[in-house]
Design a protein around this ligand. Structure first.
Ligand code: HEC
Length: 142
């Protein structure tokens, strides 16, 4: 019984430290977190089996391609320069604003790479994930 009482005391003490931590967290929030970078990706992946098709292409695109292809990413920046040189509107530097990309073309670029874009393996994006991403990006064509 004495031992149990000792353990309870230890637990209560631990809770006491917990309270201190939350006070510190509150102070940090008051000064405000730094603004997120424009290319910040979604933190969460869609749940479920990675090999299963039918997951959100939008989430997967943001997660697997977003560091380069969301606003401010190096893929977006390079493609914007290319698009302007080709006489196309600058906003088509974002893949999500393109209407000329087919799913097959997107999949080929992803697996083979293109110029400054490294190829992306089946470990980084499974076939099912790439299908969902390509369908999402090519939606304007279908
Ligand atoms: C490491 C950065 C990076 C990642 C990650 C990346 N890309 Fe790219 N991507 C680029 C760059 C840079 C280019 C421009 C290549 C060039 O110089 O022509 C590009 C070009 C492309 C193009 C060709 C566009 C055109 O006009 O021909 C497609 C399609 C594409 N990316 C799709 C994707 C998809 C889908 C993903 C995610 C599965 C992805 N990329 C991930 C950097 C990246």
């Amino acid at each position: 019984m004495k031992r149990l009482a000792l353990i309870s005391c230890a637990l209560l003490a631990a809770c006491g430290f917990g309270a201190d931590d939350s006070q510190q967290a509150a102070t940090a929030t008051e000064s405000g977190p730094p603004p997120p970078p424009p290319y910040q990706m979604r933190a969460e992946l869609p749940p479920g089996d990675r090999l299963k098709a039918g997951k959100s292409g939008e989430d997967l695109f943001s997660n697997r391609c977003g560091s380069c292809h969301l606003a401010g990413g190096m893929g977006t920046n390079l493609l914007t320069v290319q698009r302007i040189k080709a006489g196309e509107p600058p906003e088509t530097g974002l893949l999500t604003n393109r209407t000329d990309l087919t799913a097959d073309y997107i999949k080929t670029v992803v697996r083979q790479g293109k110029m400054a874009m490294p190829r992306i393996s089946r470990v980084e994006a499974t076939e099912a994930e790439l299908d969902a991403i390509a369908t999402y990006l090519a939606k304007a064509n279908q």
